[in-house]
Design a protein around this ligand. Structure first.
Ligand code: PLP
Length: 365
């Protein structure tokens, strides 16, 4: 008799997968739905990848991503033992859940925030503790500090609102929370403040960063963790031994060296973000002040109405015009808004043109 496929464990059988933003096939789309960077990667990146893509691909990569770790340590003025390079920051989040949480050790996060956190928790059969975001998406310092969990994911700047949290408020949480505080700084390149300088005073603080947003390398899958040597040692033990391939190590190293390019791209995105926020305000739309490379705005129709139906209507209109943004209808704090990635000025002009031609924007006679 042929062997049978056994069922997965019950918590895996019940698991609903993370839903990534659509990556549309075909040309002509304006992609403002997954917070990628509109600037191209630094030219040095392709050159470094081409060089790494020769005969050396026969050989396994350097297992510790040692050169990249050393460069990241220099970049952040930390020791190499405080740095781990990972295959996209999503890998770091998964490793942290695997290492520090489980059936008796809950994971916490702000609700709403990055929708991967609950998926990782469910995949590890880990109970979840959610701390509700206030309506203005400010940081509920006290509530996070007393959250009954082993590890807390704090997205800073916050997603999907874009709101930035001050270093002082992050320090206050780190000082009073009794577990591991993981500050997910996917968007920190575009923010005024971050938590890196707090690492030496708060051993329970873990900072997770990515090359996907600020360095325009979402396709390369490189992220990193900054933390106490003890935490890095734990994550190092459970990661895949070759978690970063040769191309990713070479490309990331080149990107890290291209400081002028990085500064120029970040400045451009920030300037466009402020301009877009102003344009939306001129239309009477409220937008959360953003410290990220996206804005969260509440659309209004021609009668001045807002709400989940208005947001859904505009989302569908834009999609029909081949402009992709993100709508999160399941949460009361996000249902009336749209999250829009900051693209090029040209893409933003097209976005506004399509918004202005939305039939529901016309005043009813
Ligand atoms: C808050 C947050 N953390 C992490 C990630 C994942 O980044 P990476 O591409 O490095 O896996 C994202 C991606 O959108 C994000 O929004």
């Amino acid at each position: 008799m042929a062997g049978r496929i056994p069922p997965p464990l019950p918590h895996v059988a019940a698991l609903e997968a993370y839903t990534p933003g659509t990556q549309p096939a075909g040309a002509g789309w304006i992609k403002l739905n997954t917070n990628e960077n509109p600037c191209p990667p630094a030219p040095e990146v392709a050159a470094a990848i081409r060089e790494a893509a020769g005969d050396a691909l026969r050989l396994y990569p350097e297992p510790r991503s040692a050169a990249l770790r050393a460069a990241l340590a220099r970049h952040h003025d930390l020791a190499e033992e405080n740095v781990l390079a990972v295959n996209g920051s999503d890998e770091a989040l998964a490793l942290l859940v695997r290492a520090y949480t489980g059936p008796g050790a809950p994971v916490g996060y702000l609700d709403p925030s990055y929708s991967l956190y609950p998926v990782l928790a469910r995949a590890a059969a880990t109970p979840q503790v959610t701390v509700p975001c206030p309506v203005d998406f400010s940081l509920p310092v006290e509530a996070v500090a007393v959250a009954a969990c082993r590890l807390f994911f704090l997205t800073s700047p916050h997603a999907p609102s874009g709101r930035g949290f001050s270093r002082a408020s992050l320090a206050a949480v780190a000082a009073s929370f009794s577990g591991l505080l993981v500050v997910d700084e996917a968007y920190a390149d575009f923010a005024d403040e971050d938590a890196v300088a707090l690492l030496d005073r708060h051993p329970n603080l873990v900072v997770v960063r990515t090359f996907s947003k600020g360095r325009s390398l979402a396709g390369l899958r490189v992220g990193y963790v900054l933390a106490a040597a003890e935490v890095i040692g734990v994550l190092d033990r459970i990661r895949d031994s070759y978690n970063l391939d040769r191309l990713a190590q070479a490309g990331a190293l080149a990107a890290l060296g291209a400081e002028a390019h990085h500064a120029r791209c970040v400045a451009e995105v920030k300037a466009t973000r402020e301009w877009l926020t102003g344009q939306l305000a001129e239309r009477g739309w409220e937008t959360v002040p953003s410290q990220a490379n996206f804005v969260f705005t509440t659309p209004r129709d021609g009668e001045g109405r807002s709400g989940a139906e208005v947001a859904r209507g505009l989302f569908e209109w834009l999609e029909s015009r081949k402009v992709l943004v993100r709508h999160f209808p399941r949460h009361p704090l996000t249902a009336s808004g749209l999250r829009i990635t900051v693209g090029t000025r040209r893409e933003m002009d097209r976005l506004l043109e399509e918004i202005d031609s939305w039939p529901n924007r016309a005043k009813q006679p």
